[in-house]
Design a protein around this ligand. Structure first.
Ligand SMILES: [Zn+2]
Length: 162
């Protein structure tokens, strides 16, 4: 157990490659244990008026609560808030991670703030839309060319067979 561990850090999402801040502290450190001891001693002193073994229960509850809080904070911070990618789920099941990203995308579909964010999914959607517009523009142009050809073919006098 370290005396003091770093709380936050920066990382890149493995799916969307966006840089973001995460909590890197996964477990409690020695500083938290010392804090829990001091808290238990202070509460024991204030409640019972003397050092009491019942303060050990307060110490244990504080340690468990801190560990759960620190772990849950770490766990929720590693999920990318720009694409919904969860690396822990991906390690266990890549298909499940894919479903979660799709669900995140569907969930954010009507969220205006998401469309104004710097999420790479927004950029990908723009690229797909631009590609669709390009393809439909080419189809329209081909349809117009075909219509002109048909018109000019109809305007020509029928060819006489020799
Ligand atoms: Zn991401």
């Amino acid at each position: 157990m370290k005396l003091f561990s770093r709380l936050r850090g920066r990382c890149y999402c493995a799916f969307c490659k966006a840089e973001r801040k995460v909590y890197v502290k996964k477990h409690i450190d020695l500083t938290n244990v010392v804090g829990a001891v001091l808290l238990a001693m202070a509460v024991g002193q204030a409640y019972w008026g003397a050092p009491d073994p019942r303060a050990l229960v307060i110490f244990c509850l504080t340690i468990v609560t801190l560990e759960v809080f620190v772990y849950m904070r770490w766990r929720s911070s590693i999920i990318c808030n720009l694409c919904g990618f969860d690396p822990l789920v991906y390690k266990r099941s890549p298909e499940r991670a894919s479903q979660l990203v799709q669900a995140f995308y569907k969930e954010q579909h009507n969220n205006l703030e998401f469309w104004l964010s710097r999420s790479p999914l927004v950029e990908r959607r723009r690229q797909v839309r631009a590609q669709e517009r390009k393809v439909s523009g080419q189809r329209e142009m081909l349809a117009r060319v075909d219509a002109r050809r048909a018109k000019s073919a109809a305007a020509l006098p029928p060819s006489k067979s020799p």
